[in-house]
Ligand binder design. Structure first.
Ligand code: DQA
Length: 149
């Protein structure tokens, strides 16, 4: 049987990881994060499709394309977490497990980051654990997918 596919989406400015506010987001790059996710996925027996976009519409199209293709979704919507009803609506139409991840603890930061539209549509949320949050999201999704079998 083919390994289940987990789509890992990253929103705006996450391509700047390593350069962007390292005191908040750390010094690792998006490539480092992809490597960590790929290694974790391999160990779990799942495959990943890891992507980043600065464009809201592109993220929405990728969420729509997950239908019938991906077994689970991990998404760090970045700034769109706090603004995008449209991204939330797109995620809400999926019938696969969805985990929202933030590198930083959004509840410890400015009040405008405390609310995430995407959290309304996500099954679980991990924040404040840096890159490890993605690892944990992959482990959780792989557990959920195994339980569902
Ligand atoms: C972020 C938190 C958001 O508030 C911010 O806009 C980001 C990154 C995080 O991973 O901590 O771009 O999603």
């Amino acid at each position: 049987m083919a390994a289940p596919l987990i789509l890992v989406l990253n929103g705006p400015n996450l391509n700047m990881l390593g350069l962007r506010e390292p005191e908040i987001y750390g010094t690792g790059t998006l490539d480092d994060l992809e490597t960590l996710c790929a290694e974790t996925a391999e160990g779990l027996g799942v495959s990943i499709d890891f992507r980043q976009s600065n464009l809201e519409g592109e993220l929405i199209s990728w969420v729509q394309e997950a239908r019938g293709r991906a077994a689970g979704l991990i998404i760090n919507p970045a700034g769109y977490s706090h603004t995008s009803v449209a991204l939330m609506d797109a995620i809400q139409t999926l019938d696969i497990p969805v985990i929202e991840v933030h590198l930083s603890n959004i509840h410890q930061r400015e009040s405008f980051r405390h609310h995430s539209y995407v959290s309304h549509a996500a099954d679980g949320v991990i924040c404040g654990l840096g890159f490890a949050g993605y690892r944990l999201a992959l482990i959780a999704l792989s557990d959920i997918l195994e339980e569902d079998q």
